[in-house]
Design a binder for this molecule. Structure first.
Ligand SMILES: C[S@@+](CC[C@H](N)C(=O)[O-])C[C@H]1O[C@@H](n2cnc3c(N)ncnc32)[C@H](O)[C@@H]1O
Length: 261
């Protein structure tokens, strides 16, 4: 199929996760899809093109700015694709049910009670429908977290080390995702993980890496009350990059089917 809306080739993070999502998703012409945490439209545009004009894709994101950005890309194309502001953890009960629910890089934002959020979301899946969510699972960037933990240990940064341990503990795992899909009565469950290596040079490039900075390195800085100390500490870590290569994320996809009745 020759697509006018392929996944962007130059996206180093969303696209590799979306590829895993699409591998798990059983899509058909005319399907209705709820795409949560839709951001700038990966993979909503691609999904909309595949379901075609007899289908429908509702893409929901909590940030108004993201929705406006996606709408401006959409312009007057694919009129059966709609971007709306909404909280995936608190969708209106009047919303209809969909053939598919997708969410690329979404499940980590289901906190604090991921199980409950997943349960609520499944209300919007039709009997016989499929849900596929992706997220960076436990194990993502472990070599970095271990290096940071070691540095905190030798510097006796007790509070900061505790904050790091809590952050690491709180990340969602593939096994938990599988268990929850089972608990919620889903069928034909598949949960897979695929590594994704992140390339970077030492020092400033590492600290400003667009992918690591938004969300991951920020979490490391948040372990510190003293941001001057955090900056000095993270500079030391960044200059020691070769000691914790490769930096690898785990692309986890969780897929399950709602029983027919
Ligand atoms: C990492 S981005 C992924 C965006 C897109 N799916 C992609 O793959 O590029 C995560 C998105 O989740 C959105 N988000 C976070 N919490 C949310 C919530 N409670 N409801 C809806 N969207 C949420 C953020 O605004 C952000 O756009």
């Amino acid at each position: 199929m020759n697509l006018s809306w392929p996944l962007p080739k130059n996206d180093p993070w969303s696209t590799p996760f979306a590829e895993v999502l699409l591998e798990h998703l059983d899509i058909f012409s005319g399907a209705t899809i709820l795409d949560i945490a839709s951001g700038g439209g990966i993979p909503a545009f691609n999904l909309a093109e595949k379901v075609g004009p007899t289908g429908k894709v509702l893409a929901v994101d909590i940030h108004h700015g993201q929705v406006l950005r996606a709408r401006s890309i959409l312009n007057k194309n694919l009129p059966w694709l709609q971007f709306e502001v909404g909280d995936m953890k608190n969708l209106p009960p009047t919303l209809s049910q969909f053939d598919r629910i997708t969410g690329n890089l979404s499940f980590m934002f289901f906190r604090p009670n991921r199980y409950e959020a997943l349960k609520q979301l499944l209300q919007f899946l039709k009997p016989g429908g499929q849900i596929v969510l992706t997220f960076p699972s436990l194990g993502t960037f472990d070599s970095l977290w271990q290096r940071i933990d070691y540095e905190m240990k030798i510097r006796e940064l007790i509070k900061e080390r505790k904050a790091l341990a809590e952050y690491i503990e709180e990340r969602p795992s593939a096994s938990q995702a599988k268990e929850w899909l089972e608990d919620l009565g889903m069928e034909k469950i598949v949960v897979s993980e695929r590594p994704l290596e992140i390339k970077s040079s030492s020092g400033r490039e590492f600290l400003n890496h667009p992918l690591l900075r938004g969300g991951f390195l920020d979490d490391a800085y948040e372990c510190f009350e003293d941001q001057v100390l955090a900056n000095e500490f993270m500079t030391v870590i960044s200059n020691d990059l070769p000691s914790f290569l490769p930096i690898t994320a785990q692309r986890c996809a969780m897929s399950g089917w709602m029983p027919k009745n």
